[in-house]
Design a protein. Structure first.
Length: 115
């Protein structure tokens, strides 16, 4: 089981390695098809590092692929909010909105991108 300690200034570099390790483990679990375990690991990263857009993106992608659309939208919205310039996050978020038939929001995002 993985866990994170609270960050102090001296532990910041170690904690950075810890969350990266957990991200790598989550990708392994995802690639091996163990999606529930991958989701748990992405959740640990998000809990410890709530500004980690990639963890939200990966979790949201799993939720989208498994038709858990509300969870997909929530996680992909966070990834997009944290890094709106990332094309992968934008496309995935719009896909989740489209799956929920929230087409007007997709149009607004696209309008913002062409300005």
């Amino acid at each position: 089981m993985f866990f994170f300690a609270s960050i102090s200034k001296g532990q910041e570099q170690s904690n950075n390695r810890d969350y990266q390790y957990v991200l790598i483990e989550a990708v392994k679990k995802k690639n091996l098809g163990n999606l529930p375990e991958a989701i748990k690991l992405y959740g640990l990263v998000i809990k410890d590092k709530p500004d980690c857009a990639v963890a939200y993106f990966e979790a949201g992608s799993i939720y989208l692929a498994t038709n858990q659309l509300d969870l997909a939208r929530k996680n992909l919205a966070m990834a997009y909010a944290l890094d709106p310039g990332n094309e992968w996050y934008t496309i995935a978020y719009m896909n989740s909105l489209g799956a929920l038939e929230e087409h007007e929001e997709v149009v607004e995002i696209l309008k913002g991108k062409i300005k």
